[in-house]
Ligand binder design. Structure first.
Ligand code: EPZ
Length: 416
């Protein structure tokens, strides 16, 4: 089994260029199903999850050509409207193929994605949205069957600004007749990036606050699109610099996408400098405590919750974090406590009593961001940390250990 071996205590320094955003790449690849013309994407990260979605599209009859960070997706020999269970089990985002398939072909059969380590994660809002556009939705033996003659625009009020549901409705509405209005939609930068791609494909989309207007088209064309940078990867590297008391610059970023994270980071005494497509952090000797509540964008991003708590574990006082997006995003806490952190959980709230130091331990990743948190804790800890189940980390970070080595970290991937 592969594992990271980390010798902690080295202040990181230097510059790392971030990849394109995983959570943009996945819906953008899926959006290629909305046309028979080629969709060409640039800055596509080399990640397990991206390989999974490209496999899913290939299994649906798409022709996928990849050259490093450049991917072209076009029509293949035979189109299918049935997604295979393997893909959806591997990765929930595969469920997004539902909307483009039914919008294009009037039919789609996609297995229901189960829950995952961070929560139950139902898809009821995805299905409510498709029903509102006139689709017939039924569930049989764990598979969602959706049929429709032609989808028709509608006003859809989301009770919660779900990222996935908003993306599903955006794609369906782009080929529906008439106008669709999503109220209380998700406005994460990755959702806006999908809207930008759909705009290049010919859809007419306006976003005003959480109101999203989509003017549907009878057909969409091919397009070329460069993905936005990955703000979660950027945030993780900035925290790697801060937690080791080092100085790290992330390059190729959109600093405005990081604002909800940079404010709380600065409040801990980290010195943050914003440049042209760069953000630099000088970590404090020990962070000041902070109070954080995760929330949909522009709230504090839930995906940076675990790494941020690893950082606050070394604060000079007690911090608090409330996780309001996923009910079960705490699997990393026990491992951090094994490393000497003092964290008390009460429902969705954590109280983090800062300690002077952490101690290296044998740990395992349980999901993408939990793995990032334990990697960062290992970089700051005394002694050696080992981290197994790297398949989780590889889903969301490409060559994490190499990029950290480039910043001076003593980390290596071993196959034992
Ligand atoms: C996206 O997941 C991201 N994944 C997640 O990143 C991210 O944490 C999340 O948005 C929130 O920002 C991708 O983009 C591929 P949601 P998604 O629908 O679309 C509930 C990572 O580490 N909900 O906004 O699944 C749901 O249970 C991953 O990169 C319903 O109740 O997020 C959750 O509690 C992890 N019914 C909340 O809403 C629904 O139909 C947020 O889910 C849909 C969602």
């Amino acid at each position: 089994m592969e594992s990271f071996r980390i010798e902690g205590g080295v202040p990181l320094s230097g510059t790392v260029r971030v990849d394109g955003a995983k959570n943009s790449a996945l819906p953008a690849c899926v959006a290629s199903l909305l046309t028979d013309e080629p969709v060409v994407l640039h800055r596509v990260p080399e990640l397990r999850d991206v390989s999974t979605i490209l496999y899913t599209l290939g299994a649906l009859g798409r022709r996928v050509v990849r050259h490093g960070a450049h991917v072209s997706i076009g029509v293949g020999e035979e189109s299918s409207t049935e997604a295979d269970a393997y893909s959806v089990r591997q990765m929930r985002a595969s469920f997004l193929v539902l909307a483009p398939l039914v919008a294009r072909f009037g039919r789609a059969a996609v297995p229901l994605p189960g829950g995952c380590a961070i929560g139950r994660r139902p898809v009821d809002l995805h299905l409510t949205g498709l029903r509102a556009l006139g689709a017939r939705v039924e569930e049989r033996d764990g598979v969602v069957l959706v049929t429709a003659d032609r989808l028709t625009g509608a006003r859809i009020v989301l009770p919660y600004p779900s990222v996935g549901a908003t993306e599903q409705i955006l794609m369906a509405a782009s080929l529906a007749s008439g106008e669709t209005v999503i109220e209380n939609g998700a406005i994460e930068p990755e959702v806006e990036d999908l809207a930008a791609l759909l705009g290049r494909m010919g859809a007419k989309i306006e976003i005003d606050g959480r109101t999203i207007r989509i003017d549907g088209r009878r057909e969409l064309r091919g397009a070329e699109h460069t993905l936005i940078p990955d703000r979660m990867e950027a945030g993780t590297f900035l925290l790697a610099g801060a937690i080791t008391g080092g100085s790290v610059t992330v390059a190729g970023v959109r600093s405005e996408h990081l604002t909800p994270f940079l404010g709380p980071l600065e409040s801990t005494g980290a010195d943050v400098t914003i440049g042209v497509e760069t953000v630099t952090v000088h970590g404090p000797s020990r962070p000041l405590p902070a109070e954080v509540v995760t929330a949909p964008h522009p709230g504090f991003p839930t995906d940076l919750h675990p790494p941020f708590v690893a950082y606050l574990a070394l604060a000079t006082g007690s911090s608090s974090l409330v996780e309001s997006v996923f009910e079960d995003r705490f699997a990393y806490v026990d491992a951090l406590c094994k490393m000497g952190a003092k964290i008390v959980r009460s429902g969705a709230a954590l109280t983090i009593h800062g300690v002077e130091s952490l101690q290296g331990q044998a740990t395992e990743a349980t999901d993408i961001r939990a793995g990032a948190a334990l990697t960062l804790a290992g970089l700051a800890a005394r002694g050696r940390t080992t981290l197994t189940h790297l398949e989780h980390i590889d889903r969301g970070y490409s060559s994490l250990e190499e990029k950290l080595q480039h910043l001076g970290a003593r980390i290596e991937r071993r196959d034992e």
